[in-house]
Design a protein around this ligand. Structure first.
Ligand code: SF4
Length: 413
């Protein structure tokens, strides 16, 4: 588990962000339990993946000098700092990224820059943890706002997964089960996976990871994104929906009988991405009617019916490459995070490619959006003044097992 700083004063921007996450939470049909409060950002659970609020005095968002301040602090730090920008980050933040990419690519990019003492990760908490796991002990990973967690990663805690393993043991199948965990999970879940002979996967290599896992055992426990697990098993590997069961950590025994667990090939954790999980079949039908000839391109974190109705399905990197290769005059409706879709639409508009967001409702990743220019300026200026802030550090034992799972992924055929 990461060591985290003590709770600090509440960020002045918290209320605005809560409004967005409340809407998401209502959509998830979450009752006002302690877990719901976590999703709403009102409390911090030291055992969960998400971070805590950013301590300190943030610059005002209306400060006209923010861009110049970020530039000056970065220049002062020189090669000591390396800024990573996830594809879903805001433009105001991305402009200061030394490199952009998905979470795994960014962590590897950071490891390839050992001269950078500070890695400022403009992304979410689990990504910063992965960067800490893959970089050297001398490199310090900083998350500009510790409240930038990931609702999907939060849906599988270490305690819940340990309890699930007990359920599988009692059903007499634990020895046949190989855990496969999505990159979008906490360091604790990655460590659990490494400890139990499993591997990590990304949305690009999930099929290879599952094929490897089925060579090691008879069943897979897929964490924490049920949709990526189901889509890979059914769409890419020809399994049936009946081969999959969903383990609900909020129900006794996951809501499953021992017989159901024994019959299943894929045991899917009941987690999902609150951004990609929003897209529905109605969005696909509506856009096809509105834009004749449109190509529907979606991320595999979307629901199975959306993926089944789409023309193309792939990871964030796949989506970018597909649009790069698209012919002039082609039309695309893209089902992924809105910051990225807008950036791609602007980038490819001069080439005559029409790119629209799949849903009519605005849909940012609210936790990604917590990293804004004031938080980035605050982090860079603090580092430039010699103050290490918001460090994300994974303890050695967790790191060792998590690394084992990551290395198995790197060794996938
Ligand atoms: S887009 Fe989804 S998976 Fe990615 S950080 Fe946001 S909630 Fe998590």
């Amino acid at each position: 588990m990461s060591r985290r700083p003590e709770l600090g004063p509440t960020s002045r921007r918290t209320e605005r962000v809560r409004v967005v996450t409340t809407a998401q939470t209502q959509e998830l049909d979450v009752q006002p339990t302690p877990l719901a409060l976590l999703l709403l950002g009102r409390e911090a659970d030291p055992k969960s993946e998400r971070g805590v609020e950013c301590p300190g005095d943030l610059p005002s968002p209306s400060d006209p000098d923010l861009v110049e301040r970020a530039r000056a602090a970065k220049e002062k730090l020189g090669d000591k700092v390396f800024v990573l920008g996830h594809h879903y980050q805001r433009d105001e933040v991305i402009q200061f990224a030394d490199v952009t990419g998905d979470s795994f690519k960014l962590a590897r990019d950071a490891a390839a820059r050992p001269e950078a003492e500070y890695i400022v990760f403009c992304g979410v908490h689990f990504m910063a943890e992965s960067a800490d796991i893959l970089t050297s002990d001398d490199q310090k990973v900083v998350l500009p706002d510790l409240a930038a967690g990931c609702s999907m990663a939060d849906m599988a805690t270490a305690e819940q997964v340990a309890e699930c393993w007990d359920v599988l043991t009692e059903a007499g199948i634990a020895e046949q089960v190989v855990p496969v965990s999505y990159m979008n999970s906490s360091a604790d879940i990655k460590a659990f996976t490494g400890k139990h002979g499993g591997t990590i996967c990304t949305s690009s290599n999930a099929q290879r990871a599952l094929e490897w896992a089925f060579q090691q055992g008879e069943k897979v426990l897929f964490l924490p994104d049920q949709h990526l697990g189901r889509n890979t098993a059914v769409r890419d590997m020809g399994m049936s929906l009946d081969d999959c069961v969903v383990y609900n950590p909020h129900k006794p025994n996951g809501g499953l009988t021992a017989g159901e667990l024994r019959a299943a090939k894929m045991i899917l954790w009941r987690g999902h991405c609150s951004v990609h999980g929003r897209f529905g079949l109605d969005s696909v039908n509506e856009v096809r009617e509105r834009i004749p000839g449109v190509n529907v391109l979606v991320h595999p974190e979307c629901k199975h019916e959306v993926v089944a109705a789409a023309d193309y399905v792939g990871s964030t990197e796949y989506i970018i490459k597909a649009l790069e290769a698209a012919p002039a005059g082609s039309k695309w409706a893209v089902g992924t995070e809105l910051n990225l879709v807008r950036r791609l639409a602007n980038r490819f508009a001069p080439e005559g490619k029409e790119i629209v967001f799949l849903d009519k409702t605005v849909c940012f990743c609210s936790t990604m959006n917590r990293i804004d220019l004031p938080h980035l300026v605050w982090a860079l200026e603090s580092l430039a003044e010699g103050n290490l802030v918001n460090r994300i550090e994974v303890d050695k034992e967790t790191e060792a097992f998590a690394k084992l799972a990551l290395e198995r992924m790197l060794a996938l055929p």
